[in-house]
Design a protein around this ligand. Structure first.
Ligand SMILES: NC(=O)c1ccc[n+]([C@@H]2O[C@H](COP(=O)([O-])OP(=O)(O)OC[C@H]3O[C@@H](n4cnc5c(N)ncnc54)[C@H](OP(=O)(O)O)[C@@H]3O)[C@@H](O)[C@H]2O)c1
Length: 335
C-alpha cells in the first residue's frame, strides 16, 4: 500500500473536545432536548472536537450515531463547526475488534447509513486493535474510505506506542484516542505520549474525568445506576472504590484551595501536559449530558508550575486500586 504524505494528513485543530458516549450508552438515554442543548453548548464553548462510536447505544448499539444524525438534521449549520471522530469495528457486546478489510468496510457503511448525509464523519477508526489482523489490511481498508472521499482521516484507539509507530508509518494517523487522566497517567511512562509527540500525532484523552469519579460527585457505588457500564469495571468495585475515594478527597481539597472545581482541576492537569516536554497535542474529551457541566469543563484553568508539582506529588503518593476495565476487557488494551 502506498502511504499518504504527512503534509496532507487530516488532523483535528480543536484544543478541547466533547465526548458523547454518556448520552446514549446508559440504560436511560439523555432526552433530545437536553442532549441538543448540551451539544450546542459544547460548540459555543469551543469544544468542537466530538467523539462517539457506532456501539455507544443501549440496547441499540448505533443509538449514539442516531443522536448525531438527529442533531445535525436539526442544526445543519453546525456540521461544519464540528470535527467528528467515530470509532467502529467492534462486536458491541464483547468489544472484540473486527478489523479485517471486509469487516471495516461493512462497519463503515453502517456508520454512514445511520448518520446519514447531515454530517460527514471526519475521522473514523477501529475502537480496538487486533494483533491477529495485519495492520496493513486494517489501515488499507480505511485508506480506501479516505481515497473514496467518505472520510477525511483515520484514528485508532487503545494502541501501544509500538503500534502507533507502525500504524503511522503505514498510513499517517489523524489521531490516537487513549485514556488519560489523573488516575490513568500511563501514557506518560509507557511510551505512548512520547511516540505521539515525536510523530506529531494528536492524542485524544478519553475519560479525562475518570468516568466522573474524579469530579467528586460519585460518592458511593450506589450513585452509579444499575446497568451503567462503570459497574462492571474494577476501579468501581466497592473494595477499590472506597480506597480510591481517598485520592478524590485529596483532589477536592486541592481544588477548593485553588478556587476551581475538581473537574476543572482534572482537565487543567491534562492541559498542562499538552504541548509540553512530556507530550504533543492532547485534546481532552470530557463527557457530559448537561449544559452547565459543559460550561464548567470548558472554562480554561491554568495550573501554575508550583500547583502542578504539588498535584503530581499527591498522585505519586497514591496507588490507584483496580484496573481501568476488568479482567476480560483489559486484554484488549495497549495492543
Ligand atoms: N476509546 C475508548 O475506548 C473510549 C472509552 C471510554 C470513553 N471514550 C470517550 O471519552 C468520552 C469521555 O469519557 P467518559 O464519559 O467515559 O468519562 P469522563 O469524561 O471522564 O466523565 C464523564 C462523567 O463525568 C460526569 N461529569 C462531566 N462533567 C462533570 C462536572 N463538571 N461535574 C460533575 N460531573 C461531571 C458526567 O456526567 P453526565 O454525563 O451525567 O452529565 C459523566 O458521568 C466518551 O464520551 C467517549 O467519547 C472512549
Amino acid at each position: 500500500m502506498s502511504s499518504t504524505s504527512t503534509a496532507t494528513v487530516f488532523r483535528p485543530r480543536a484544543v478541547t473536545g466533547f465526548g458523547l458516549m454518556g448520552m446514549t450508552w446508559r440504560p436511560v438515554h439523555t432526552p433530545d432536548e437536553q442532549a441538543f442543548a448540551t451539544m450546542k453548548a459544547a460548540i459555543a464553548q469551543g469544544a468542537t472536537f466530538w467523539s462517539s462510536g457506532d456501539y455507544y447505544g443501549m440496547p441499540e448499539p448505533t443509538a449514539g450515531l442516531a443522536l448525531l444524525r438527529r442533531y445535525f438534521e436539526a442544526y445543519p449549520e453546525d456540521a461544519s463547526k464540528v470535527t467528528l471522530f467515530i470509532k467502529c469495528c467492534v462486536d458491541a457486546k464483547t468489544m472484540a475488534p473486527k478489523n479485517k478489510r471486509e469487516e471495516v468496510l461493512a462497519s463503515a457503511e453502517n456508520c454512514f447509513k445511520v448518520i446519514g448525509s447531515a454530517k460527514k464523519i471526519d475521522v473514523l477508526g477501529p475502537a480496538r486493535m487486533d494483533p491477529s489482523v495485519p495492520l496493513e489490511e486494517t489501515l488499507g481498508a480505511f485508506k480506501e474510505l479516505v481515497d473514496a472521499g467518505k472520510i477525511n482521516g483515520v484514528g485508532i484507539s487503545e494502541a501501544s506506542a509500538q503500534t502507533i509507530e507502525r500504524a503511522n508509518s503505514i498510513y499517517p494517523l489523524s489521531l490516537v484516542e487513549i485514556e488519560f487522566s489523573l488516575w490513568t497517567p500511563d501514557i506518560l511512562t509507557n511510551g505512548v505520549a512520547a511516540t505521539a509527540k515525536r510523530l506529531d500525532v494528536p492524542l485524544v484523552a478519553y475519560s479525562p474525568l475518570g468516568r466522573g469519579f474524579l469530579t467528586g460527585q460519585i460518592k458511593s457505588v450506589d450513585d452509579i445506576p444499575e446497568g451503567d457500564i462503570r459497574r462492571r469495571f474494577d476501579r468501581f468495585q466497592p473494595e477499590n472504590f472506597n480506597k480510591n475515594l481517598e485520592l478524590v478527597d485529596k483532589l477536592k481539597s486541592f481544588a477548593e484551595k485553588a478556587g476551581v472545581t475538581p473537574a476543572q482541576l482534572a482537565l487543567a492537569w491534562i492541559r498542562s501536559i499538552s504541548n509540553s516536554p512530556q507530550a504533543g497535542t492532547i485534546i481532552p474529551i470530557p463527557g457530559a449530558t448537561r449544559v452547565e457541566r459543559v460550561e464548567e469543563n470548558s472554562k480554561t484553568v491554568v495550573l501554575s508550575p508550583e500547583n502542578k508539582a504539588e498535584l503530581d506529588a499527591i498522585l505519586a503518593s497514591f496507588t490507584i486500586q483496580g484496573g481501568r476495565y476488568n479482567k476480560v476487557l483489559e486484554g484488549l488494551l495497549w495492543r
